[in-house]
Write a protein that binds this ligand. Sequence first.
Ligand SMILES: Nc1ncnc2c1ncn2[C@@H]1O[C@H](COP(=O)(O)OP(=O)(O)OP(=O)(O)O)[C@@H](O)[C@H]1O
Length: 333
Amino acid sequence: MFARDIGIDLGTANVLIHVKGKGIVLNEPSVVAIDKNTNRVLAVGEEARRMVGRTPGNIVAIRPLKDGVIADFDITEAMLKYFINKLDVKGFLSKPRILICCPTNITSIEQKAIKEAAEKSGGKKVFLEEEPKVAAIGAGMDIFQPSGNMVVDIGGGTTDIAVLSMGDIVTSSSIKMAGDKFDNEILHFIKRKYKLLIGERTAENIKIQVATVFRDSRHETIEIRGRDMVTGLPRTITVSSEEVEEALRESVSIIVQAAKSVLERTPPELSADIIDRGVILTGGGALLHGMDMLLAEELKVPVLVAEEPMDCVAIGTGIMLDNMDKISSRRFG
Ligand SMILES: Nc1ncnc2c1ncn2[C@@H]1O[C@H](COP(=O)(O)OP(=O)(O)OP(=O)(O)O)[C@@H](O)[C@H]1O
């Protein structure tokens, strides 16, 4: 019987699903819209994301995995089931194996519940795996050799930094400083400096369109609209790359410090390999302008952004499922 293996990147910001032989078949934001009065799920994914900050009182658009932890388990479960059911797993010839990458810091009870949700949705065997390992594999690193590889995965809720060798993590750190916090810093900067209230989506847009974290490396501006805190009326302002660099400086330095501390704890032979091979950046935060330049300057090692950094975990799940027997994956249950 032919069963297609399924890999899922259950991320704070986005859920990606990889199906063997087909590639990435689903890529949607991790957002669920709920009717507060009836607790009914109204929309999931992109449709729900369009509602963020724009819902009437009785509807809430929730990000159930906010801050790299499962903030609302029932909704996470509903979202996972919705996405798996969308693939019509039950229509597969035989039950597929499912490999799920979820936030690093979730509890063992949550791990078990995620596994059960995937099994109920049609998975025959469900495995969970650590995100930085899978991201490194998806970025094309051969982590199974006895040599050091370093990956910095900057997602929505967490930044995972790891040095890997012989298929496992040697030293690592997971911090709750990533894309969402950057958005928040931008939002607060605009509020302080211009007395203007903006939404999370506008802040993210500023980050993507004009931000840089490496001084004097980008010179762009963007016009944004928000609500004036004094008059209460809509107002338009122009924000520059230089201002956003200032807004993000402190947050980004926390990532730099965490990466330095991982390197300090790395055995010297592996550090030498990292100097030769460089550090690979994955996750959406790898696309933040200047991140590679800043890390290269601070860590004194070459830093490379992975090709398609936001797809690395999903692609990595596919490679891992193909090589399952070689890999000492963590199985639950
Ligand atoms: N071009 C860009 N520049 C800067 N940031 C970006 C860009 N594109 C996406 N991002 C940010 O990347 C983040 C999402 O990345 P990703 O999809 O890798 O996270 P995730 O895997 O869902 O999160 P986590 O790893 O924390 O579970 C968001 O904060 C988003 O704003």
